[in-house]
Design a binder for this molecule. Sequence first.
Ligand SMILES: [Zn+2]
Length: 174
Amino acid sequence: MAVLPILIHPDPRLKKAAAPVADIGSDLRRLADEMLQTMYDAPGIGLAAPQVGVLQRLLVMDCVKEEGAAPRPMALVNPRVTWTSDETNVYEEGCLSIPEQYAEIERPAEVEVAWTDLDGQAQSERFAGLWATCVQHEIDHLDGKLFIDYLKPLKRQMITRKMVKLKRELARAG
Ligand SMILES: [Zn+2]
């Protein structure tokens, strides 16, 4: 099973809206498996297909954090938020495409999300806590939106400059 390279911001592919998945077949299931592997390896709790350069509406996540608890790998195809709570929550967010940078972001505390699973079955679930933050962060990726887009321009530009420098260093290290 392959670990996929994760795109680092700034990258034009991270700013584009992803296309709906039309066909749920073995290629998509394989991509979801590889994305989960990549996410666990990073390690992270969520990963959206555009982050590995695939502009399709697919995300994976597993927000189980308790020591010794069973993992809950999820793959959501064409997910959409169908309800949001009025109550909000602030979490310190990070992103595998923006390494080592964190910021407090306010989002609805609970969301209901509808999606198609890898067997083609319609699913929906209400998410709270870290799961709610994570699924909203990942769905944003499918719309070409990053968590730093919620920050004030100055803070966003500072982070972007750091990422440009990091990418230059990574390229040099080859
Ligand atoms: Zn992210």
